[in-house]
Design a protein around this ligand. Structure first.
Ligand code: ASP
Ligand code: MG
Length: 408
């Protein structure tokens, strides 16, 4: 029988397998942990760094408008290369390795190309291999539909493959190796005094992923929370531990705010006035949704006329052209449209907020002290976000980081 506790999914990201030398280092580390710690590793890899971007460019150069099965097949090829190379490097070290693509391990997804969601994974084959002393090396990011088409899970989706695999194998932990040593309390490129976090809750990590932090794929954290799988996000270039993402029950204490996160590519659209009532809103946001545009913060308020209202909302910068097209079709000449580019969203996140009043007061005090205009605001029970001008982002981020006692 397999010792379930020794079974561990280890995912290596693009930079960790970015060159042959790095692939050799990964193989050495995997073999060493297997021998020294008695681990039964199951490996997941991303494409070599830069490769997915290169493939996207090729497709875009041919036809920037194309999306569908051929696009996903193209993008998925990057992982195939990395899997094969790592398997060769492992075998070179005398360890049996099995290179595996999604169809070989039954990573079944829906048929939403480029954003597919995993429905199920057939763990039997992997278990069999491990029982035979083989190290499975599984391609991240890809899946297979019921009618055998290759799909991909969205950018950064290898994390999701790894955590879903850990869940399917009945594991309780998943290692994600990357090029940063830990999850930080803020982006160190923006906030000079950012510090490494030892632990963070699933909930906080999900909020961080949804407001612009690119550390982990959103869906991977969602699955980890659902199946209670601890994620250990750590460096592939260093030995030390990184950040544990885990359930709140495992935390000894929670700071009020654990991170200051930002999204530097936000556009605010102000419409004044538009027809009053929900019908107009349903029509506008329905059309935006049809174009897969993710509308973020929305605020609505009355105007001086009962048949009219004001509407402000934010979108990712990349969706601006499409959004303007939609606005063109639904608005009449009465509405004044203001498009505010060069905006950024800044958020403070922390599960401790649930039990501590006064967070909003401290948040806005910082804006007042630094004379920063707030264009949109939104909150959840563990987050407050505001949209500000991009050129004030750094100042306000550092000040919030200090205000909430996060500085190193
Ligand atoms: N190679 C894919 C990407 O660049 C998936 C991943 O790295 O997780 O998005
Ligand atoms: Mg990634």
């Amino acid at each position: 029988m397999l010792d379930q506790k020794k079974l561990i999914v280890k995912k290596f990201g693009g930079t960790s397998v970015g060159t042959l030398e790095r692939i050799e280092n990964v193989a050495t580390r995997v073999v060493r942990d297997r021998e020294k710690l008695g681990q039964l590793p199951v490996i997941v890899v991303s494409a070599m760094s830069g490769e997915t971007n290169r493939l996207i460019r090729l497709a875009n150069d041919l036809d920037p408008g194309y999306r569908g099965p051929a696009y996903d097949m193209l993008l998925a090829s990057g992982e195939q290369v990395a899997v094969a190379l790592l398997a060769i490097a492992l075998e070179k070290r005398g360890v049996k390795a099995a290179p595996l693509l999604a169809y070989q391990v039954g990573i079944q997804t829906d048929a939403i190309f480029s954003k597919a969601r995993i429905r199920s994974i057939n763990a039997d084959k992997i278990i069999q291999l491990v029982e035979q002393g083989v190290v499975p090396v599984v391609a991240g990011f890809q899946g297979i539909t019921d009618d055998a088409q290759i799909t991909t899970l969205g950018r950064g989706g290898s994390d999701t493959t790894a955590v879903a695999l850990a869940a399917a194998l009945g594991g309780s932990e998943c290692e994600i190796y990357t090029d940063v040593p830990a999850v930080f309390s803020a982006d160190p490129r923006l906030v000079t005094k950012a510090r490494e976090l030892n632990r963070i809750t699933f909930e906080e990590m999900m909020e961080m992923a949804s407001v612009g932090s690119k550390v982990l794929h959103f869906r991977s954290v969602e699955i980890a929370a659902k199946y209670n799988i601890k994620i250990h996000s750590r460096s592939s270039f260093e030995e030390r531990e990184g950040t544990w993402v885990m359930s709140e029950e495992n935390m000894l204490e929670n700071p009020v705010v654990s991170s200051v996160t930002h999204d530097p590519a936000t556009v605010v659209i102000k419409l004044n006035p538009v027809p009053a009532g929900a019908e107009f809103l349903a029509d506008l946001f329905g059309r935006l949704a049809e174009k897969n545009i993710v509308v973020d913060i929305i605020t609505q308020s009355g105007s001086d006329r009962p048949d009219r209202q004001r509407l402000h909302f934010s979108i990712p910068e990349e969706d601006l052209v499409q959004t303007e097209k939609v606005l063109h079709t639904v608005l009449d000449s009465e509405t004044e449209v203001t498009v505010m580019r060069d905006m950024a969203k800044i958020s403070v996140i922390g599960v401790g907020m649930k039990n501590h009043p006064g967070v909003a007061a401290r948040f806005f005090k910082v804006f007042k002290e630094h004379d920063v205009d707030v264009h949109l605001v939104t909150t959840s029970d563990i987050k407050i976000s505001a949209v500000v001008a991009k050129n004030q982002l750094k100042e306000v981020a550092e000040a919030l980081h200090t205000e909430f006692d996060l500085d190193v």
